[in-house]
Design a protein around this ligand. Structure first.
Ligand code: GLU
Length: 309
């Protein structure tokens, strides 16, 4: 597959190993969907000259829990996923987004100077009323506060003004993509009214500052990639990372796996006596990387992702 050939050539082009990241949000337990992502991240890195950075995405202070972080780290270790970067001496975690508010603020200041940032007092209900329907992640912000000159003191919420126009990028697995962020989501919320930084903002600032060359994640986030490419450019990143979106595993019937689904939680599979290789095998089979149910050792992942049919 050309995707994998492109990754193999990247280390040579950069003159160093390329860097990718595994970036769980500690809002719940580790589940099989995460394991699929880890298989792609570590497998591709090990097969094609990459390094894996561990980043804890705990920007949402209301939903993240220290015990989830502890359990995620413990489950990853149990499964045999060892990051190359992001863990210091004695396994201490090196990077947690909640420790980096000053860096997200500095990045916002830079865009503010370029007149890209405005304060926004719209509630979710206000936005839903204009959009005419229930509000979700993909509801387009109609631009209500864009020209209103809302005083900075009125709210902590900030949006970044996006240009019209399409973003084109090549997904290393799915091929050329074209998205129009100004129509999909409108001006992006980068800090909410509680002062929390948003996923879209943290991830782009971090991928820039941590020199992440390749982003490997599930297809459920594909729709966010154009807006992240646009933000990366506004933040002065010369070239955005390469992207690879892998298939998601689903419950029979098509529902997406979620952290609430206890049947696929790694905690529960461990408690039921499964071995790490059995759990890796379940995830590898569910995502089509092996055809039959069998144990998969972590050392085999490079071979599974070195060629693709
Ligand atoms: N923190 C996100 C998650 O847990 C990962 C998003 C990304 O890889 O950009 O799903």
């Amino acid at each position: 597959m050309t995707a994998f050939a492109a990754l193999a050539g990247l280390a040579t082009a950069l003159g160093r190993p390329w860097r990718t990241r595994f970036a769980p949000a500690p809002t719940g337990w580790l589940h099989l969907g995460h394991v699929v992502n880890a298989i792609w991240v570590w497998g591709l890195a090990r097969a094609h000259g990459g390094r894996v950075l561990l980043r804890i995405e705990d920007h949402d202070r209301g939903r993240c829990r220290a015990e989830h972080e502890r359990d995620i780290l413990d489950d990853l270790e149990w499964l045999g996923f060892v990051p190359d970067d992001g863990r210091g001496p004695g396994g201490r975690l090196d990077f947690r987004q909640s420790d980096h508010g000053a860096r997200y603020a500095a990045a916002l200041d830079a865009l503010d100077e370029a007149r890209r940032v405005y304060a926004c007092t719209c509630s979710r209900r206000d936005i839903a009323a204009v959009a005419g329907g229930a509000m979700n992640e993909e509801t387009r912000y109609p631009g209500t506060c864009r020209e209103r000159g809302v005083p900075r003191e009125a709210t902590a919420a900030r949006r970044v003004r996006l240009d019209d126009g399409a973003e084109a990028f090549v997904d290393l697995r799915l091929g050329p993509q074209r998205q129009r962020p100004s129509e999909q989501c409108g001006d992006l919320l980068v800090r909410d009214r509680h002062g929390d930084w948003t996923y879209q903002w943290c991830v782009v600032v971090d991928d820039r500052d941590q020199q992440v060359d390749v982003v490997i994640r599930g297809e459920d986030i594909l729709g966010s990639t154009g807006r992240q490419v646009a933000l990366a450019r506004l933040l002065g990143r010369a070239a955005p990372p390469r992207y690879l979106h892998h298939p998601l595993i689903r419950h029979p019937g098509g529902a997406k796996l979620s952290k609430a689904n206890r049947d696929t939680g790694i905690r529960d599979l461990r408690a039921a006596g499964r071995s790490p290789a059995e759990v890796l095998g379940m995830a590898a089979q569910a995502s089509g990387l092996v055809s039959e149910r069998r144990a998969v050792r972590v050392e085999e992942l490079a071979a599974l992702l070195s060629v693709s049919s």
